[in-house]
Structures are given as C-alpha cells and as structure tokens.
Design a protein around this ligand. Structure first.
Ligand code: BJW
Ligand code: ZN
Length: 256
C-alpha cells in the first residue's frame, strides 16, 4: 500500500513558506455546520439568496440578523479542534506560515494562530449597513441556539442605519488588502495546505490554483476526494482533525 502521507510530510518538513488555506470543513469537528454538504450543510436547510446577500438583509433584516446571531452563538460555545490546534502549532515548525481562511469564526485565533487573513470577514465585526461605522459590541449576548429566531438588528448611533454582520455576502467585494495579501502569500509559498473547502466560491477558490501555477505544491485535506490530477497536487483524504496532527507528526517527528 502506498503511504499517502510520505510526500506531503516531506514537502512540509522542507518548506520555507507555507500557506494554510481553510474553509468551513476545518471547523466541522468543532460542531460548526459547513455550507455545502448532504448532512450538515447550512444551505441544505437555508436558501443562500435569502440570507447571505445584501438584498436579503434589506428584505428581511430580522431573519438575517437572527440567523447570524444563532451562528455567532454556536461559534461562541464551540472550541477549536485538533486541526485548528495543529495549524497553530505549525507556526513554530516552519520558517514562515500564513493562515488564510474563508471562515467567519474565530477558532483559528482561539487555537493560537496569529495574523489570520479572513477573506470573508468575521461574525465579530458588525458594522452599520449605511455609513459603515464599526460596532464590535453590537452583537447580542450569547443566547440559546435557535436557527429560526428573528431578531431586530441594533441601530447605528451615528446615522440610525441598521447594524449588519461584518461578513462578505454574495455579490460583495472581499476586503481589498486582505485579499491582496492572501494572493501574494499564495503566489510566493512553497507549499499550500488547502483544508476543508469545496472550492466553489470565487474569488477565494483561485488561491490553491494560483499557488500551483506559481510552482508551489498543494495538499488537499478533505474527507471528499478533491481533483488533484495536476502535477504537484496531493490528497490526504480524511477529517482535518485527524489528518493534520498526523501530518505534523510525520513531518516533524524526531525534532524538538
Ligand atoms: C471537511 C470536514 C472535515 C467536511 N475535515 N474537511 C459564477 C461563476 C463564478 C463566480 C460567480 C458566479 N456567480 C456569482 C459568482 C460570484 C460569487 C460566487 O463565487 N458564487 C459561486 C457560489 C458560484 N462570489 C461572490 O459573490 C464573491 N464576491 C465577488 O465575486 O465580488 C465581485 C462581484 C461583485 C459584484 C457582483 C458580482 C461579483 C463573494 C463571496 C462571498 C462568500 N460568502 C460566504 C458567506 C459568508 C458569510 C457567512 O458565513 O454567512 O462565504 S458563502 C460561503 O461559502 C462562505 C464560505 O466562506 C464560502 C466557501 O465555502 P467553504 O468554506 O468551501 O465551505 P463548503 O461548505 O462549501 O465546503 C466544506 C468542505 O469541507 C467540503 O468540501 C467538505 O467535504 C469538507 N469537510 N467535513 C475537512 N471534518
Ligand atoms: Zn451608520
């Protein structure tokens, strides 16, 4: 039987610049539902166009704010899992590590990762829909999780506009500087670990391909097989919380 860890572990042990690129799957084992997936995908139960667009917020702000408060409560009550922890530990093992995430949770930070680039914003950064003023404390106190609870968004103290979640909805631009830095890191790394993403949402989905095109190797970590027919692309098939600690063990066993 071939050892699927052999090449990825060697690449990791020898890499100077590593990018860890994560999606919802990295938080799945912390109990945070993914977006797309037969069993736990949020979009199986909720219609994206009714929740994750500016038009949806304008049409029914209480539905959308309530839904995000439900998700924020889930994250508040969740803990980083073995994958988040392994990624945080990796920072001490390689000369340069950049964590780029599509996730709006803070589980990488709570596991100890610093300087995480959040391409799709954060549940903890509400801002005024009208004037853009930031209201980090606008979110409600954690409550009992209830997906369907309607909640009126708080109002802006400056212009009385509605406070919205600080996430990137469909049709909105990604934060320009964060996006630019992520692209730069991906185009200059030796190795990119793409963990728990379906790779369906643009422009974030271009990041692994960009790294490959710039000469890096890419390792996909996902229970579903990701198309890795490209040269220098590899699959480690499994749950991130199992694969990541094992990959680190294989790459760095013997070193302090
Ligand atoms: C595990 C696991 C375990 C499970 N271990 N793994 C047509 C073509 C191309 C592009 C477009 C198009 N039509 C429209 C667009 C643009 C659109 C887009 O890409 N749409 C596609 C869906 C078609 N993109 C945008 O609109 C973006 N903006 C933009 O393009 O601006 C320019 C523009 C301006 C004006 C008009 C048009 C364009 C913005 C995209 C913002 C995405 N936002 C969301 C919601 C954020 C807020 C919130 O959280 O509610 O971001 S959508 C959602 O998807 C979220 C995620 O970050 C993102 C990616 O999902 P992710 O992370 O990959 O999760 P899943 O669920 O898809 O996959 C989970 C994976 O984990 C699976 O593979 C599992 O197997 C795996 N897994 N357990 C490891 N234990
Ligand atoms: Zn305002």
């Amino acid at each position: 039987m071939t050892d699927t860890y052999h090449i990825p572990a060697q690449l990791l042990a020898n890499a100077n610049r590593v990018v860890v690129f994560t999606g919802a799957g990295v938080s799945a084992e912390s109990g945070i539902p993914t977006f797309r997936g037969r069993l736990s995908g949020l979009w199986e139960r909720f219609e994206p166009s009714q929740l994750a667009t500016p038009d949806a917020f304008m049409a029914d702000p209480e539905l959308v704010w309530g839904w995000y408060e439900w998700r924020r409560t889930l994250v508040c009550n969740a803990k980083p899992n073995a994958a988040h922890i392994a990624i945080a530990e990796l920072a001490a093992r390689v000369p340069r590590l950049t964590v780029v995430t599509q996730n709006v949770d803070d589980l990488h930070e709570r596991a100890g990762s610093a300087g995480v680039l959040h391409l799709h914003g954060s549940l903890n950064a509400p801002r005024c829909f009208d004037c853009g003023a930031s209201f980090p404390d606008a979110a409600m106190k954690p409550q009992e999780p209830d997906a369907g609870r309607r909640l009126a968004p708080p109002r802006c103290q400056h212009c009385s506009g509605m406070i919205r979640p600080g996430v990137v909805w469909f049709g909105e631009s990604l934060p320009e500087q964060v996006f630019a830095r992520a692209f730069e890191e991906a185009s200059q790394c030796d190795l990119l670990l793409s963990i728990g993403t379906s790779g369906l949402v643009q422009p974030a989905a271009q990041i692994p391909a960009l790294a490959l095109a710039a000469g890096a190797s890419v390792v996909h970590i996902n229970p579903e097989n990701v198309d890795s027919r490209m040269q220098n692309a590899y699959n480690l098939t499994g749950a991130a919380g199992e694969v990541m600690p094992e990959l680190l063990r294989r790459a760095f066993s013997g070193s302090p």
